[in-house]
Design a binder for this molecule. Structure first.
Ligand SMILES: *Cc1c(COP(=O)(O)O)cnc(C)c1O
Length: 336
């Protein structure tokens, strides 16, 4: 793997911190828990999409694009990070936001990520829940191209083989960090949605023969569909970066038992995880992804499915800005 072969814009100082969560480890009495702080990727409060955008925006710049187009749910972290990168690079940015979560709640519709999107001058168009959003941005791109623009279309979550390079890079970064610290890692756990984070991590770790397992905690799809999406993208990434022998199917593992009623719908496990990390560690998770990912990790530790002798790294993928969109939920209810 030689990532310098791919166009890239540098957006944050690497490596992100790798820290031990002493209080959470003690509280759970299980494995040693570490956290990889990809919520600290700097750009407009950071998050995992910034890593992907280093390669996506890199390709956009290389192609002479002047306009980034993408899509997401109303409280999309990916859209907020894309809008910030576009602003930084002096590009226009348009996002299609899907009403994927049924709510009239003002905080959800206007605060959190939406507030920051507007502040950064993002052009927003809304679409009803259930829209084929990736088809919608392709159509939007064609429309802008026909009008003489130079758009670069980024799929939802930045999850294609280009964006996933950001997490191949993260896998390399994490292993180098761990080796320098003399830290033997057994497993990485993180929230998985549009699959690019996990696909990149798996491809990177497999490509290095790291012997580190990856567990994605699903936030939307059932396990068979989620694993199929991750596996397909991991194979594409492996081919793109030239990993000999490809990716073993067993390297792709997702647990989708912590989604609750649906994408972006709060769960009690998420509330506990967000509250625990805030109060024990001063770490801010988010309600849609990292809160559910941590809820899964906590439950699997309590069940003994993740053993006390393991050393686990939780990849914090960011998103705390979304907490402001869920203020009524943390206040005791979730106004629908
Ligand atoms: C997008 C996102 C994820 C999921 O990453 P994917 O690459 O889409 O699977 C996890 N956490 C946060 C905070 C995110 O914004």
């Amino acid at each position: 793997m030689h990532l310098a072969r791919f166009p890239r814009v540098r957006l944050f100082p690497a490596p992100t911190p790798l820290e031990r969560l002493d209080n959470l480890t003690r509280h759970l009495g299980g494995p040693e828990i570490w956290i990889k702080r990809d919520d600290c990727t700097v750009v407009a409060t950071g998050g995992n999409k910034v890593r992907k955008l280093e390669f996506l925006a890199g390709e956009a710049v290389a192609q002479g694009a002047d306009h980034l187009i993408t899509q997401g749910a109303v409280q999309s972290n990916h859209v907020r990070q894309t809008a910030a990168v576009a602003a930084k690079l002096g590009m226009k940015c348009t996002a299609l936001l899907e009403h994927r979560v049924e709510t009239n709640d003002r905080a959800y519709l206007a605060s959190g990520n939406v507030l920051l999107d507007r502040l950064m001058g993002l052009t927003i168009e809304y679409r009803p829940g259930g829209t084929d959003m990736n088809a919608a941005i392709v159509a939007k791109g064609a429309e802008l191209r026909a009008a003489g623009g130079k758009p670069y279309v980024i799929p939802g979550g930045g999850s294609n083989r280009v964006g996933a390079l950001g997490y191949v890079s993260c896998a390399q970064e994490l292993m180098q960090q761990a080796d320098e610290m003399g830290l033997k890692i057994d497993r990485v756990v993180h929230a998985t949605g549009s699959a690019g984070t996990q696909a990149g991590l798996v491809a990177g770790l497999e490509g290095m023969n790291a012997g580190v397992r990856v567990l994605g905690i699903g936030v939307r799809l059932p396990k068979p569909a989620q694993e199929a999406n991750v596996f397909k993208l991991a194979q594409e990434v492996a081919e793109y970066v030239g990993i000999r022998g490809g990716i073993a199917r067993e390297a792709v593992e997702a647990n989708c038992d912590y989604v609750g009623p649906g994408y972006g719908q709060p769960t009690e496990g998420m509330r506990e995880a967000v509250t625990l990390l805030a109060q024990l560690e001063g770490v801010l998770l988010d309600p849609v992804y990292s809160g559910k990912g941590m809820a899964g990790l906590i439950d699997l530790i309590r069940k003994g499915a993740i053993g006390a002798n393991e050393r686990v790294v939780f990849l914090h993928t960011g998103g705390a800005v979304g907490l402001f969109g869920y203020e009524p939920f943390f206040d005791g209810g979730f106004a629908n």
